[in-house]
Design a binder for this molecule. Structure first.
Ligand code: ATP
Length: 362
């Protein structure tokens, strides 16, 4: 699935997974500092723990690590944890920031022995930089090209051993020679609600916000499997609890606050629901073409496809088929509507919506 597109187009959504607005400042304070504090991702944690322990015992630099997964699942956090566990400094950069091989050469040649180089969005690096990285990862060496044209010469430069931690939302896009040079690849999954509940409770503690277990569960259930969203929703619910109540986050307060922000019980926002409602109410659950669906909700085709659909598909509410978009039974029940076959005379959803907002009144 194309998480990147969701990142680019979904800016300013409260349920968007990309870091935005004041996220970054707060995130620094909320990041777990070691593997013990890192919640969930059991397999990744266990495997990484072994990799890092073994390297420490040997007094060696850890193998290069590739972290793949959707935005906001903790890749940057894990890279910092790797540095902390290895007691090593960390340098943070990203693929798009490295336009030329020379940019990468400058970074690599200034690394200290054992340093962690975190390269976010590694799939967006330029080709020449990528090729330089192959040699740097394997032989701890780069060829610096001096001069231009026929007179250009390659001067080999030895590098201190370092650990590259690459992060990508699209592991499939990495060329195999690059992928193969990572000693350990971790795929980060979306979090379970009970794990996000722990994230919310932990963050609330750090932010000095009172939340009861039911309140934390309510926020977790609406966080789309993503800690960054959980932390953002917590901050919005905190505002509500402070202004409208006594500051304590209970289930009722969390539900009311997130209702104000139009994030429903499953984490769908206004756009997601508009797409689903159009699909169900106007097109009887589909199949309907993407362009028609987009016109029905007054959005661009790309917005529907890249911003709303990935989550609806992941939640099992919508399916993409060769004949068009189709709603699943779960979509009907989530919106409290009755599918046409079951509805009898009167047709799709003509009756019992549970207090539905009108499609065009949203
Ligand atoms: N396992 C976890 N336990 C607790 N908090 C977490 C966990 N994973 C992520 N977080 C929190 O979620 C926020 C986002 O994490 P992070 O920046 O590491 O995500 P990311 O995967 O690097 O995102 P991106 O791909 O957009 O850079 C951070 O504030 C961090 O504190």
């Amino acid at each position: 699935m194309n998480w990147d597109d969701e990142t680019d187009t979904a800016a300013e959504r409260i349920v968007g997974a990309a870091a935005e607005g004041d996220d970054q400042a707060v995130e620094a304070a909320l990041r777990p500092k070691d593997l013990g504090e890192f919640i969930g991702q059991e397999k990744v944690r266990q495997q990484l723990d072994l990799v890092l322990r073994a390297a420490r015992q040997r007094g060696a630099t850890a193998d290069h690590v590739l972290l793949s997964g959707a935005p906001g699942l903790g890749k940057t956090t894990l890279s910092m944890i790797i540095a902390a566990e290895m007691n090593a400094p960390i340098r943070i950069t990203s693929g798009p920031a490295i336009q030329h091989a020379g940019d990468l050469a400058a970074i690599l040649s200034s690394l200290q022995e054992g340093e962690i180089l975190f390269l976010d969005e590694i799939h967006r690096m330029s080709r020449p930089a990528e090729e330089m990285l192959y040699m740097a990862m394997e032989d701890f060496r780069v060829d610096v090209i001096v001069g231009k044209g026929p007179g250009a010469t390659a001067i080999p430069l030895d590098l201190p051993p370092f650990t590259l931690v690459g992060a990508t939302t699209r592991a499939g896009l990495l060329p195999p020679p690059l992928r193969d040079r990572f000693g350990f690849t971790a795929h980060m999954e979306f979090y379970e609600p009970h794990e996000l509940e722990r994230v919310v409770t932990r963050s609330a503690g750090l932010l000095d916000v009172a939340v009861d277990p039911a309140g934390a569960a309510e926020i977790a259930g609406r966080s789309r499997g993503t800690p960054r969203i959980a932390n953002r929703l917590l901050r919005r619910v905190r505002d509500y609890a402070q202004v409208k109540a006594d500051g304590m986050i209970t289930r009722e307060i969390a539900a009311a606050a997130l209702g104000v922000y139009e994030v429903d019980s499953r984490g769908l926002d206004r756009l997601d629901r508009a797409v689903l409602e159009a699909l169900l109410k106007l097109f009887g659950g589909g199949p309907v073409g993407l362009s028609t669906l987009a016109v029905a909700v007054g959005e661009e085709r790309e917005t529907v496809e890249e911003v709303a659909e990935p989550f609806l598909v992941r939640e099992g509410l919508l399916a993409r088929t060769p004949r068009g978009r189709v709603a699943t039974p779960a979509a009907w029940s989530h919106l409290g509507l009755v599918p046409p076959q079951a509805a009898g005379p009167g047709g799709a959803g003509s009756g019992g919506g549970k207090g539905q907002a009108g499609l065009f009144g949203m």
